[in-house]
Design a protein. Structure first.
Length: 256
């Protein structure tokens, strides 16, 4: 009984056989095997490498096959054991397709042509004061899908689930979010203008002891350091002036 279980698992784990003849075989081929007749077609990027997954709806182990672009173009038959399955096909740069099938023993199932549509492509350019911003990360839903080129342009493929916005980020600039149309196909965005990231400067007040915060929205690190040094000198000068005024107006407080 144990040997039979091990043999069944080994049979279910057999890799599919794909070749340039256009035939993919899942499992052991015998008289009860069923033949799926189909063809695949896609966009202008077709043919493309594809992955085929056959998931049993009756609890059997799934089968997987990886095809090259040449094998995908030639595919016209898939031989499978009888049963109820879900056939899933995914190809590079395309949306996936799925079909639920019932494979009768020794029979044939005509699936016809399965059309795979291309993923939506978003193009654009990132600028700062009219100059190109290179190596900026383009994120969708927290995942980086690409970076800008040397001329600031980018081109990314949106995931199958779609996206409501894209985010552009690079130091020392802030993060810029750009909304996308709800039903986005291929889209060219207007130039995305970046801005310097806001910095936070904290100074301790010399009168009440409270903190005064000021956000600087422009200027680099050198300008910020120069401004901090100026503020320190101004603080010392104002402290000396206040102490001198207090001594002149209230001389009795400063008797030793």
């Amino acid at each position: 009984m144990v040997f039979a279980s091990v043999a069944l698992i080994a049979l279910a784990a057999i890799s599919a056989e794909g070749n340039s003849s256009g035939v993919v075989r899942f499992g052991a081929v015998n008289d009860s095997s069923c033949t799926l007749r189909l063809s695949l077609d896609g966009s202008r990027l077709w043919p493309a490498p594809a992955a085929i997954r056959l998931v049993g709806l009756e609890g059997s182990e799934p089968f997987d096959a990886a095809l090259t672009a040449r094998e995908t173009a030639a595919l016209h038959r898939i031989i499978i054991p009888p049963g109820r399955y879900r056939l899933e096909i995914r190809a590079l740069h395309h949306r996936g397709a799925a079909r639920e099938i019932v494979a009768p023993p020794g029979g044939q199932v005509l699936l016809g042509e399965i059309q795979l549509t291309r993923l939506a492509v978003v193009r654009g350019a990132v600028r700062f004061r009219g100059k190109a911003v290179a190596d900026a990360a383009i994120d969708v839903a927290g995942k980086t899908l690409g970076t800008t080129r040397r001329d600031g342009t980018f081109e990314i493929e949106l995931p199958e689930t779609g996206a409501s916005l894209i985010s552009v980020a690079k130091r020392p600039f802030g993060t810029k979010s750009v909304p996308l149309p709800r039903f986005a196909s291929d889209l060219t965005l207007p130039a995305i203008e970046m801005a310097r990231a806001a910095s936070l400067q904290v100074r301790r007040g010399w009168r009440s002891g409270s903190c005064r915060r000021r956000a600087a929205t422009d200027g680099g690190g050198r300008h910020l350091r120069r401004r901090q040094a100026t503020d320190r000198r101004r603080c010392v000068v104002q402290c000396v002036i206040r102490w001198s005024r207090s001594r002149l107006l209230h001389p009795r407080r400063f008797r030793f």
